[in-house]
Write a protein that binds this ligand. Structure first.
Ligand SMILES: Cc1ncc(COP(=O)(O)OP(=O)(O)O)c(N)n1
Ligand SMILES: Cc1ncsc1CCOP(=O)(O)O
Ligand SMILES: [Mg+2]
Length: 552
């Protein structure tokens, strides 16, 4: 079969030259007309038309998808979905707009087709200057636009072409009429690396055959494959009476069925565009087709599940919300140094001694008025630590109390805790920052002004300074005393919390040091090595409040 005559040699898309498709078959001439653009690609490689401009070695090539699609004013589908999906998958996305639609969650109110020559001009602008790895197409509303696109791709071949044959909107509005079907079949599909029709689109491409079963979807995938694309994904979301969502993938040799449980939500607008863009994004990053499709399916499922209850618009077709990863950070309230006022730090040995769980210890400290919690669980298995962190996080979120994890950045990431506290012998704070991103809280233990300066440079949010007084909780820990604490506070650009041997009897002495950036005390044994955590926390809170009254 024609498409088997090509093999990709290089798998890295970050080398200065694009991938090189190689004609394997001696009968290569027979495929020239079908995959003409790849032939031209090869020729262009030989002519060295593709040599990239001399580039600075220090510059990083980013995977890049060009989407050729319509704009959706509602932001759920089309160009807007494509940009969001690519961004969420870490891929640069450029855009050629073929139509501007007025639409919302109720339906499509209007469509304004961009003149063919202006689509051509946009294509030329992008393809001639910033060649994408992959082109993904969505709404192509006229035969002229389809032909213009095919012509441009012959002139500027790309590594892969993903065709989402958009025809009808989710609300039932025709976005590309039957007149484009011939140009799809004759020109665009034979150039495609994958085409991703839903049931209606697959049926339309095949002249209106009814598609009602998975067996029908397989036959359709095969029949569409015969038109020329290298791979076909027939999406079965609209399959009647099926509980699972089943998609059928056919690569010309084998069929694969992707099943996922149906997510009951009205917010499905943009699913098709998102799936195709994610396939394109994964291909641009260097994935093979099958794994790109698998990742895209999983991603769409995750976004659907995340968006299932969001309320945008009054209609019955709500959009998906792609940037789920960023979302949890946006919703979290930013770190306030005043949170350090009464910092409760748990201890696994003390919890064991008093027969309480980590979750019970945290509940009690919050009830007593702790303003921030740290799970300092040195002896707990990772799995148990993670479960405890997730459970504590639920409680902390309800009460608006930040939850930090001691030492374990992996547990903080996996539980989505608010941050970490790390010491001088842990991972450097700038590495923790790179792993945790800009929004998580990072605290660093500092005994000297030099430590404090480095913590600030590294992007920490606060420093913990001590041990102020001798303590049995941390072995071999040098005591810095009130003088050492004051020296660190005076030099620190970050807010400071004092730690080490602090309790009811000495908390006022610490707070009365009178250095403005000393924001509170962090306490382990005076809260947790006691029978009633709530009572001790309450009492300490009163002492601290008293000290601020006296200071003011
Ligand atoms: C608020 C606060 N300050 C200091 C520490 C001590 O952290 P570290 O130096 O990493 O020692 P361990 O707690 O890991 O034994 C802290 N945990 N919290
Ligand atoms: C973790 C830590 N870091 C410096 S001192 C210390 C122990 C604090 O525990 P306690 O409040 O029981 O003295
Ligand atoms: Mg530590």
């Amino acid at each position: 079969m024609a498409h088997l005559c090509f093999q990709v040699l290089s798998t890295s898309f970050f080398t200065p030259k694009p991938q090189i498709p190689v004609l394997l078959s001696p009968g290569a001439a027979c495929i020239k007309s079908i995959h003409q653009y790849r032939y031209l690609y090869l020729k262009a490689m030989q002519d060295d038309k593709f040599s990239t401009p001399p580039c600075d070695e220090s510059k990083v090539r980013v995977p890049h998808v060009l989407t050729v699609a319509g704009s959706d004013s509602g932001g759920g589908a089309g160009i807007q979905a494509d940009i969001k999906a690519c961004a969420a998958r870490g891929v640069y996305c450029s855009t050629v707009i073929t139509a501007v639609t007025a639409q919302n969650t109720v339906g499509v109110q209007g469509v304004n087709i961009v003149p063919e020559d202006f689509v051509a001009e946009q294509l030329r602008s992008v393809l001639s200057d910033m060649p994408p790895n992959v082109v993904k197409t969505g709404m192509l509303p006229s035969t002229g636009i389809v032909k213009t696109l095919c012509q441009s791709l012959k002139e500027f071949p790309v590594q892969a072409l993903v065709v989402d044959p958009v025809m009808v909107s989710t609300s039932g509005h025709t976005l590309a009429g039957p007149s484009i079907l011939d140009s799809f079949r004759e020109e665009l599909l034979p150039m495609a690396d994958i085409v991703t029709p839903n049931l209606k689109e697959a049926s339309a491409l095949l002249g209106g055959v009814p598609l009602e079963t998975i067996a029908d979807m397989r036959s359709a995938a095969k029949a569409i494959h015969d038109i020329g694309p290298r791979n076909v994904l027939v999406k079965g979301g609209d399959l009647p009476a099926s509980l699972d969502a089943v998609d059928v993938f056919y690569d010309g040799n084998d069929f694969y069925e992707f099943r996922s449980s149906r997510i009951m939500t009205p917010n499905t607008h943009g699913t098709g565009c998102t799936l195709a863009s994610t396939v394109a994004a994964e291909l641009a990053k260097g994935s093979q087709m099958l794994s790109a499709v698998k990742v895209a399916k999983r991603y769409v499922e995750a976004v659907l599940s995340y968006s299932k209850n969001i309320a945008i618009g009054g209609g019955c077709q709500g959009p998906m919300d792609h940037l789920l990863k960023l979302k949890s950070n946006v919703e979290r309230r930013p770190f306030d140094p005043c949170d350090l006022f009464l910092y409760a730090v748990t201890d696994s040995r003390m919890n064991k001694k008093w027969g309480r769980s980590i979750v019970d210890a945290v509940k009690a400290a919050i009830e007593g008025g702790a303003s921030i919690i740290q799970l300092r669980e040195k002896e707990v298995d990772t799995g148990d630590f993670l479960e405890a962190a997730k459970a504590c996080l639920k409680i902390c979120r309800v009460h608006g109390v930040p939850l930090l994890i001691n030492d374990r950045i992996d547990v903080a990431l996996a539980s989505d805790a608010d941050g970490v506290h790390i010491g001088q012998s842990d991972m450097p704070a700038h590495v923790a920052r790179a792993l945790l991103g800009p929004d998580k809280i990072i605290g660093v233990s500092c005994k000297t002004p030099e430590h404090a300066q480095q913590a600030w440079v590294d992007g920490a949010d606060y420093i913990g300074s001590g041990g102020v007084y001798p303590t049995n909780t941390k072995e071999n820990n040098k005591t810095i005393g009130l003088d050492g604490l004051k020296t660190v506070c005076v030099s620190s650009k970050l807010p400071v919390v004092a730690i080490g041997g602090i309790g009811m009897s000495n908390a006022q002495a610490v707070m009365r040091l009178g250095v403005p950036n000393l924001k509170g005390v962090a306490v382990v044994s005076a809260l947790f090595d006691r029978e009633c955590v709530t009572t001790e926390t309450r009492k300490l809170l009163e002492v601290l409040k008293e000290s601020t009254k006296i200071a003011n």
